[in-house]
Design a protein around this ligand. Structure first.
Ligand SMILES: O=C(O)CCC(=O)C(=O)O
Length: 272
């Protein structure tokens, strides 16, 4: 009998759908930013000064107790652009990140939220983002800026090079078990196989406080599990203004950001 769940797990249907969508929404090879297209990321050093990083950390610390949400080893505050001037003006409204993302995705982007994140060692120790994953199978743009120096020990961002490209997505899906084709989460062993045997490269982003990573999070990525120390970062989430890029999950992040704003407003009015 005609079985929809089986059909949904078919490689051919997944590949045809993704290819069709990618034909309609081609990613752009922008001059001077080819690594964003070819590898899925672009690194800009000294994007923020040490003083700016410290100010952003201080604000996170001030709000952590009342506003942070815990996800494994992550402490996250969504919507910092709604409650902090420096998060809004320096990070959320950052012109350079917006311009680069818009030219890569090929349609005007808008900020969904500026997230503040702090990662520490935790018993499950999956790292920021909860292990290897794609945020979606369709391209998505984010900017992560480290606010503390990041080495191999305190949770650097990691990315499987080229896993943002259609050919990377199709190649990877062809290795997966049928039931996993649409699963955006990956076991460590699977990523080791992609990197060790299937010719993908892996980048681990160590860097000084103030380093920005602009990336397409439809590629396979994670925050490496923390061995020692703490990592602070801010992340801009963007979405396209075009209706053709609408996703099922749109709205969840906005809601979390509004919750932060409501908590901070309540705190302010009880202090008045
Ligand atoms: O901040 C990081 O290092 C990774 C976070 C992540 O994977 C995510 O939010 O999707």
């Amino acid at each position: 009998m005609f079985n929809i769940p089986n059909l949904r797990n078919s490689y051919s249907i997944f590949a045809a759908g993704l290819s069709f969508y990618s034909l309609l929404h081609p990613l752009k090879k922008v001059k001077n930013q080819r690594s964003l297209y070819n590898d899925g990321f672009l690194v800009l050093e000294n994007f923020f000064s040490p003083e700016q990083c410290n100010e952003l950390i201080q604000l996170f610390d001030d709000l952590e107790q009342s506003c942070a949400i815990t996800y494994g080893s992550d402490r996250r505050i969504f919507g910092l652009d709604l409650v902090s001037d420096i998060h809004r003006d320096l990070v959320g409204k950052n012109k350079k990140a917006h311009e680069i993302g818009t030219s890569y995705i090929g349609s005007d982007l808008e900020l969904v939220t500026t997230l503040g994140g702090k990662v520490k060692r935790d018993p499950d120790n999956l790292g920021s983002g909860g292990g290897w994953h794609r945020d979606s199978f369709l391209s998505q743009f984010k900017m992560i800026v480290y606010l503390t120096d990041v080495d191999e020990d305190n949770g650097p961002f990691q990315y499987v090079n080229g896993s943002n490209l259609l050919r990377g997505k199709l190649k990877d899906a062809s290795y997966r078990d049928k039931g996993d084709i649409r699963n955006p989460r990956y076991e460590d062993e699977y990523v080791r196989m992609l990197v060790g045997k299937k010719g993908f490269d892996l980048t681990t982003f160590t860097g000084k406080a103030g380093t920005a990573i602009l990336c397409d999070t439809s590629g396979i990525h994670r925050g490496m599990p923390v061995v020692n120390g703490t990592r602070y970062a801010v992340t801009n989430y963007y979405k396209s203004k075009s209706l053709l890029w609408k996703r099922n999950g749109d709205g969840i992040i906005d809601k979390l950001a509004q919750e932060t704003a409501a908590k901070v407003n309540k705190q302010k009015s009880s202090n008045d």
